[in-house]
Design a binder for this molecule. Structure first.
Ligand code: NDP
Length: 453
């Protein structure tokens, strides 16, 4: 069978057997389309049914999470852990707590994670999990009880050589602490079964900052390749969570000017540059709305969601040199891409997972905008998670500078791998194709070596 029909058949099969998982089809279609050159060159992948196997999680765990709210009422949520691929090592990937979570979202994230983890060059497989639990508006005690209930099922499926979860949207330091505490209670083991732990109890310096810092290092590597640099560049960043905050912090330290941040209710535009102390005080400590930022900085503007351009987002209508989408999937639409191009943006650097819609992606490509795909640009988080695992296993604790130096080198190596692989397949500068092929090749070769499992 020719390669195009082969990929189309596998995609058709996956749609038929997993209905309604739109984000998962989007992610798998994007990856499969970019694999065509390597599938044509090396017939072993088709002969060994790699696409049929890589698209199917090795194991999917779905469970009920029952907990009691502050009024004494029993609440139920769905919990997920998708153990997608362990060809390169134990499953590794975060947990997302957000009301939009469903199996399709967890599968899209888990699928992307396989290739991202492979690209780091480290020995980690891909997985992802989470719940449709909404942490917003819950008391600290409710979050604690939910995390305990979630871990009361999850603990039997994870382990330091089996599956090592971390954070994602809605799961930060507080939630990792509660989840880890319950794991320890249930197993009587203090071990590195989760990453993103507090630095005082097994966590790594630099993990909290890693995804955002790594995303900025990646952008600098691309710009350097084009005889350019971040210094002096106006940057628009979306999101106001972990990735966005540390993207903004690193951009400032490298002499760029990040002028925006956003949350689900609105966008802040601060032409002189986002004040990182205020942002952290509002989001990390107070867990409040960004509206407060504008109250504290009258020279900034708050744009609420209802004033966004139709079909688009305020953050991408603000003129900038570089865009860092760092909130969530499909947050940069065709309308947004058109605004970015019109305003002279030169690079879109994905901090979030799959933030750019396929239509926006095509438009950016047609207009020759530089593009850093998520699975390369935001891989710094999982890379430092692996460094946390290494420190836990060897009972060491490296300094912040040591971890940051390693992160910088890993991001450089990811950039070079994606860049060289794109060149190898005649698509110079196409980092999306380069990242997909490089990640795929590493995983697929391991799958062939490990036989029919
Ligand atoms: P956080 O929960 O810390 O922050 C998410 C931010 O995005 C918040 O400001 C949130 O606003 C906003 N947001 C979330 N969903 C929506 C939505 N539907 N519409 C508008 N805004 C939204 O998550 P992270 O910063 O950890 O994650 C951000 C992205 O980065 C995700 O795509 C995640 O998968 C990806 N990522 C994260 C890594 C990490 O190490 N944390 C590693 C690699 C990728 P609000 O608070 O109002 O909901």
């Amino acid at each position: 069978m020719d390669v195009k029909s082969y990929t189309e058949n596998v995609l058709k099969f996956i749609k038929e057997c997993s209905p309604g998982q739109d984000e998962f089809y989007q992610a798998s279609t994007e990856v499969f389309e970019s694999l065509i050159p390597i599938l044509q060159e090396d017939k072993r992948y088709q002969d060994n049914s790699i696409l049929e196997r890589i698209i199917m999680p090795e194991r999917t765990i779905i469970f009920r999470v029952t907990w009691i709210n502050d009024s004494g009422k029993i609440q139920t949520n769905l919990g997920y852990r998708v153990q997608f691929n362990s060809a390169l090592g134990p499953y590794k990937g975060g947990l997302r707590f957000h009301p939009s979570v469903n199996l399709g979202i967890i599968k899209f994230l888990g699928f992307e994670q396989i290739f991202k983890n492979a690209l780091t060059g480290l020995g980690i497989g891909g997985g992802k999990g989470g719940s449709n639990f909404n942490p917003k508006g819950k008391s600290d005690a409710e979050i604690n009880r939910f995390c305990q209930a979630f871990m009361s099922e999850l603990y039997r499926h994870i382990g330091t050589t089996r599956d090592i979860p971390a954070g994602d949207i809605g799961v930060g330091a507080r939630e990792i602490g509660y989840l880890f505490g319950q794991y320890k209670l249930l197993t009587a083991n203090f071990e590195g079964v989760m990453t993103g732990k507090g630095v005082g109890w097994g966590g790594s310096f630099g993990r909290k900052e890693a995804t955002g810092y790594g995303s900025v290092y990646f952008a600098e590597h691309i710009l350097n390749r084009h005889d350019n640099q971040l210094k002096g560049k106006i940057c628009c960043v979306s999101g106001a969570g972990n990735v966005a905050t540390y993207t903004i912090e690193k951009l400032k330290s490298m002499g760029a000017i990040p002028v925006t941040c956003s949350d689900s209710r609105g966008t802040i535009y601060h032409p002189k540059g986002i004040d990182i102390k205020t942002l952290k005080a509002i989001k990390e400590v107070g867990r409040e709305s960004l509206e407060k930022y504008a109250e504290l900085h009258p020279d900034s503007t708050y744009i609420p969601v209802h004033k966004y351009p139709e079909g688009g987002h305020a953050v991408w209508s603000i003129p900038c040199d570089i865009a860092f989408p760092s909130a969530t999937q499909n947050e940069l639409t065709l309308i947004d891409a058109k605004n970015l191009v019109k305003n002279g943006c030169i690079l879109v650097n994905e901090g979030a997972n799959m933030p750019t819609t396929p239509q926006a992606l095509s438009y950016l490509k047609e207009n020759k905008i530089l593009f850093a795909p998520a699975k390369a640009a935001n891989a710094g988080g999982v890379a430092v998670s692996q460094l946390e695992m290494a420190q836990n296993a060897s009972m060491q604790h490296w300094s912040f500078a040591e971890v940051d130096t390693k992160l910088f080198a890993i991001m450089k190596s990811i950039f070079e791998t994606a860049d060289e692989t794109a060149k190898e397949f005649g698509q110079e500068g196409n980092l999306l194709m380069g990242a997909n092929i490089a990640g795929f090749r590493r995983v697929a070769d391991a799958m062939i070596d490990e036989g029919a499992v």
